[in-house]
Design a protein around this ligand. Structure first.
Ligand code: IPM
Ligand code: MG
Length: 391
């Protein structure tokens, strides 16, 4: 499916960046995937269309099979055509992959293997997961009010190495079987992600927490040595090292101490779900994966098979992934803020999805949330045209 959307028919409000020359078309590959993936990506695509229409951008949206649905259609989770399209894209928006139907498949043949292969093939070694407590949702945090006052953390997760990509082996054993998963890091792999994390910390409050298990693992010792060495090039960053078990506890006890967290693939997977719980719902968290080529944006929550097809999942993580794409890949800061501030206004008005419902709020279905957001964003444009104020 190719879907060219372009905007500029409406007069762009003055405060929006009015472009005399039409902006070059951006090729966005859509990988809706499995489970709730197609429902949530549909809503985020609506947001991208609105952005194109209101700000005069041109987005070409192309959808490709990926994950379990690609196994069903083409016998493999990452078909060659899908990979080629991703390589040629300006950015990629992914829903989620996986589901019970493919759970019996061995490691290497599952939908998740397609995701790992895509990360590896595109060299997506850096993964950014912003864990932000949205003020209107503070009471949803399981933390006590004082602890939940400030949670604003960027988790930088290494994404293309570690135990995820070492050899996985199962062999016969006297007791039944013997399974091995090899964890590997090289200096170069640690340096790449660490340099990014230092730069991210420099652009924020200058605090960087590197999380490892250097009291046990050789990979973690290499990690810690490498990060410590790089710290000399970043005198403005206050670096500390934490063991992962302590870091999990500290995240719950005193999350405000963290600004940027740098960690390995495995620990980042676990700590980012913990972080999501702190801010109310894993349905809210977007992510960006980047490397030398196009970046990939996806919510961190997964395919949620029990919710699939019911139109009840939260599209917010995917919407915020789309806005992260606009900001980080296309430099469209104002457009990203337009989307994010509209999401926050809906939360303030008590417009919720089921995962973040509270007494006295209105629970909308996934598609309804998209429609409501559309009105909210367009309302902001009208207000801006009328009053010249804000987006
Ligand atoms: C994530 C997911 C994936 C991961 C799975 C689906 C392979 O949990 O992106 O956090 O472990 O990286
Ligand atoms: Mg995960």
């Amino acid at each position: 499916m190719t879907n060219h959307i372009s905007g500029g028919l409406h007069a762009s409000p003055e405060a929006f960046s009015v472009k005399v020359e039409p902006a070059p078309e951006k090729k966005i590959v859509l990988l809706p995937g499995d489970g709730i993936g197609p429902e949530i990506v549909r809503v985020a695509v609506g947001v991208l269309r609105d952005c194109a229409a209101e700000f005069g951008h041109q987005f070409e949206l192309d959808e490709f099979p990926f994950g379990g649905c690609a196994i069903d259609a083409e016998g493999m989770p990452l078909p060659a055509e899908t990979l080629a399209a991703c390589r040629a894209a300006d950015a990629i928006l992914l829903g989620a992959v996986g589901g019970a139907k493919w759970d019996a498949l061995p490691v290497g043949k599952r939908p998740e293997s397609g995701l790992l292969a895509l990360r590896k093939e595109l060299g997506l070694n850096i993964n950014v997961r912003p864990i932000d407590l949205r003020p209107a949702l503070r009471s949803l945090s399981p933390l006590s009010a004082d602890r939940a006052r400030h949670v604003h953390i960027d988790i930088i997760r290494e994404l293309a190495g570690d135990i995820y990509f070492g050899e996985h082996r199962v062999e016969a054993h006297a007791s039944g079987e013997r399974a091995t998963d090899e964890a590997v890091y090289t200096t170069e792999e640690v340096e790449r992600v660490a340099k990014y994390a230092f730069a991210r910390a420099e652009a924020r409050t200058g605090r960087l927490a590197s999380i490892d298990k250097a009291n046990v693992l050789a990979t973690s010792q290499l990690w810690r040595r490498t990060v410590t060495r790089l710290a000399a090039d970043h005198p403005g960053v206050k670096l500390e090292h934490l063991y992962v078990d302590n870091a999990a506890m500290q995240l719950v006890l005193a999350p405000a101490q963290f600004d940027v967290i740098l960690t390995s693939n495995m620990f980042g997977d676990i700590l980012s779900d913990l972080g999501a719980a702190l801010v109310g719902s894993i349905g809210l968290i977007p992510s960006m994966s980047c490397g030398p080529g196009p970046s990939l944006y996806e919510p961190i929550h997964g395919s949620a098979p029990s919710l699939a097809g019911k139109d009840v999942a939260s599209p917010v993580g995917t919407i915020l992934s789309a806005s992260m794409m606009l900001r980080e890949s296309f430099g469209l800061k104002q457009e990203a803020e337009w989307i994010e501030s509209a999401v926050d206004r809906l939360f303030v008005k008590g417009i919720r999805t089921a995962d973040i419902a509270e007494p006295g709020t209105t629970t909308l279905r996934c598609s309804e949330f998209g429609e409501r957001l559309h009105s909210e964003m367009l309302g902001a444009v009208e207000r801006q045209q009328r009053t010249g104020q804000g987006v």
